[in-house]
Design a protein around this ligand. Structure first.
Ligand SMILES: Nc1ncnc2c1ncn2[C@@H]1O[C@H](COP(=O)(O)OP(=O)(O)O)[C@@H](O)[C@H]1O
Ligand SMILES: [Mg+2]
Length: 294
């Protein structure tokens, strides 16, 4: 068989990233490159900095980048400095974060929210107040996506995340993902609070969306932060990364995720005593600031 030339693709490139929250350093030098079309799993004990990485990529104002770079590098080599962009500009550039704990937006229906978001992402030059994507077109697309994901049609009429169960929040996120078709998606514990069947359904939906339902050219780069093996069932990671004490200490293939699911983090802590000590120090700091009522 003839060797195909390597397919060039867009990349999300993170180098030497340090992030502080309330003056305390949480991420201590993270390097990570995700190509479009790749699935990366990010694992690690609670408090190791996984969500912090997601927030820093999206530009949450509480997460201060003190060193390092986050760039979106297009297939043709064009570089975009995400750190110089506001969160909405990052979204328009095609980066999406599904929060671990999404906020409710009372009074805003999911369908209206999605119509705004989709319009903005598809017309990055759009100014607030300018026309939205035509209702008819939007409704047809929403309906098709919802039926594809087996989501009840009534669901889009509800207020965003208001009174949603854990499962419904995740379904809303997956619907956003399907409608926005970002270039890069960070799914932060899309599985928390779900039972095993719901996690399996989420896994299947993410796999279908990530591959663009089989359409070429719609491939996403996905960073899945998860504790559940089931979420990876239909999204076998190309790479698995382990975060400990604010650093990625080890990377491997799908077998690394399987090992961690089976045996936990003891081997990792023993192999990286410095990171394990940093983890302990972060835990102590979090406990102390809690005790001080901060
Ligand atoms: N908004 C915040 N305010 C204060 N401390 C935070 C905040 N976000 C994260 N931290 C601290 O940063 C550390 C890493 O947290 P996080 O990124 O949520 O870890 P993970 O997602 O791996 O469980 C923890 O010690 C946590 O207390
Ligand atoms: Mg987290």
């Amino acid at each position: 068989m003839q060797q195909q030339p390597a397919q060039k693709s867009d990349q999300l490139v993170i180098r030497g990233l340090h992030v502080a929250v309330e003056g305390q350093e949480i991420l201590k030098g993270v390097d990570l490159t995700i190509g479009r079309g790749e699935i990366h799993a990010l694992m690690g004990p609670n408090g190791s900095g996984k969500s912090t990485l997601g927030y820093a990529i999206m530009g949450h104002p509480s997460y201060e980048v003190t060193a390092g770079t986050i760039e979106l590098v297009e297939a043709d080599g064009t570089r975009h400095d995400l750190l110089a962009m506001e969160p909405d500009e990052r979204a328009r550039a095609g980066v999406f974060l599904a929060f671990q704990r999404p906020m409710a937006i009372p009074g805003v229906r999911l369908a209206d929210f999605l119509r705004h978001a989709v319009t903005n992402v598809r017309n990055p030059e759009r100014k607030e107040g300018q026309e939205l994507m035509p209702m008819k077109e939007f409704r047809a697309e929403l309906k098709a996506k919802m039926s594809e994901l087996s989501i009840d049609a009534e669901f889009a009429r509800r207020y965003v995340n208001e009174g949603f169960s854990g499962g419904e929040m995740k379904r809303a996120e997956i619907l956003q993902l399907a409608m926005l078709q970002p270039r890069f998606a960070i799914l932060d514990e899309t599985d928390s609070g779900l039972d095993a069947d719901a996690v399996r359904l989420a896994s299947q939906s993410i796999a279908r969306i990530g591959s663009g339902g089989g359409q070429a050219g719609h491939q996403m780069g996905i960073l899945i932060i998860t504790h559940h093996e089931q979420l990876l069932e239909h999204n076998v990671p190309h790479r698995t990364h382990v975060m400990l004490g604010g650093r990625i200490v080890e990377s491997g293939g799908a077998e690394l995720a399987a090992e961690l699911h089976k045996r936990g983090y003891e081997r990792i802590r023993a192999a990286f005593p410095e990171a394990a000590a940093a983890e302990q120090a972060m835990e102590d700091a979090a406990r102390n600031s809690e005790a001080a009522g901060v």
